[in-house]
Design a protein around this ligand. Structure first.
Ligand code: GMT
Length: 374
């Protein structure tokens, strides 16, 4: 198939899922055309089946906000027409699904039928999408998509709860490339960070409020009172300054390192003993799956789709959002040398259920079904 993928080209989340899906499809001889405003972060190599079309956003003194959605729709029209695409797959509803609808209508007038698949990722529904300033357009463009997928059962449930949806939503979970995300020998790195055999806790996120990075730091603070431990924080975002101040206030700066937007996150995960994901909301938790693939147990909140990934008491623990005391107790249990190897092993086994080779065919057959019925 010739497939157009529209996504955010950013670090993490829906952009990574979209890029990794395109890369995996390309290895199966599908021709993949990425359409976005910047080269996606993980699309930094040559493959004969991968193409990149940059959306050209013209600015003009009259525009306080350049109309990205129009430029994107126009680019989609051209790519579908000239590359003769079979299907458009847009990741993250806002504004990709409505731009795809517009492109589809323009192409229809030219006698071209292009099926559109929309994948809902999380905040496009749970935080931003249901806001009255976007809701009517999100509802309309989901209903107008020829196929809709969500990355967890919980996200599907939330979508049906908050929007008036008439279309079937297929759940296709996120996935992982176990060839890339696997425990690597990085003992020298562990020695440098934990010279005295301290346990290593890791959190990675975009440092937005919904991630509750503060809880990760507070749990670490409590754990460190009982056992020697270090904390690595990977990523960057709006909460970072506040989190640095919190570390100073708690007096833990010597044991906490902010690593910023690290590309090779699997190297850090290879030496981690526990991954913290205390999010307020999380439709799936891709960063947690990456950790599990590197044999890192998961201490998470029980929000959103996290119970579909983290098996309580097996691959880690699920705690109520904000329950620092409960999280601390569970963290200490996992980190106990008697328990840690079992949790590590089971985390990896669980991650194998989400191997790209198992999930990618689900998208392939969904594409075929959508093309046939549209
Ligand atoms: O986590 C974010 O805030 C970024 C966001 C995105 O779309 O880039 O992530 C969402 O999509 C990811 C990929 O499907 C999911 O793994 C995340 O759980 C989801 N984030 C939230 O629901 C908060």
């Amino acid at each position: 198939m010739k497939i157009g993928i529209v996504c955010y080209p950013t670090f993490g989340g829906s952009g990574v899922v979209a890029t990794e899906l395109g890369k995996a499809l390309a290895t199966k001889d599908h021709q993949i055309h990425f359409i976005t405003y910047r080269q996606p972060t993980r699309l930094d190599f040559f493959s004969e089946n991968l193409f990149y079309h940059e959306v050209d956003i013209k600015s003009y003194p009259l525009f306080e906000h350049a109309p990205y959605e129009l430029a994107l729709a126009s680019k989609m029209v051209n790519v579908v027409k000239y590359e003769q695409l079979d299907l458009l797959h847009v990741h993250y509803a806002i504004p990709h699904a409505s731009a795809a609808y517009m492109a589809k209508q323009i192409l229809k007038r030219q006698g071209i039928n292009i099926p559109v698949v929309t994948t809902l990722h999380g905040t496009d529904i749970t935080l931003v999408g249901k806001d009255p300033s976007y809701e009517p357009v999100v509802t309309f463009s989901i209903n107008e998509s020829d196929g809709v997928t969500a990355v967890s059962e919980d996200l599907k449930k939330d979508t049906l709860l908050h929007f008036d949806i008439e279309t079937h939503i297929e759940v296709i979970p996120n996935f992982i490339d176990l060839e890339r995300f696997k425990k690597q020998k990085k003992e020298h790195f562990k020695k440098a960070i934990c010279p005295n055999g301290e346990k290593l806790l890791v959190h990675t996120s975009n440092f937005r409020k919904v991630k509750r990075v503060e809880d990760a730091i507070r749990v670490f603070y409590e754990v460190r009172k009982i056992i020697p431990a270090k904390l690595l924080l990977v990523g960057d975002g709006p909460e970072r300054d506040k989190m640095e101040r919190l570390c100073r206030q708690l007096g833990v700066c010597d044991d906490v390192r902010f690593l910023g937007k690290l590309e090779a996150v699997e190297e850090v995960l290879s030496v981690a003993d526990l991954f913290l994901m205390p999010s307020e909301k999380e439709s799936f938790g891709l960063a947690a799956l990456e950790a599990m693939a590197c044999e890192v147990p998961l201490l998470s909140s029980n929000a959103g789709g996290l119970p579909e990934l983290n098996v309580d008491g097996e691959t880690g623990f699920l705690c109520n959002v904000g329950d620092i005391e409960g999280m601390t107790e569970k963290a200490l249990y996992i980190l106990d040398d008697k328990n840690l190897p079992g949790f590590k092993h089971r985390a990896l086994e669980r991650a194998k259920d989400f191997d790209v080779s198992k999930i990618m065919p689900l998208y392939e057959s969904f594409y075929l079904k959508t093309i046939e019925s549209s």
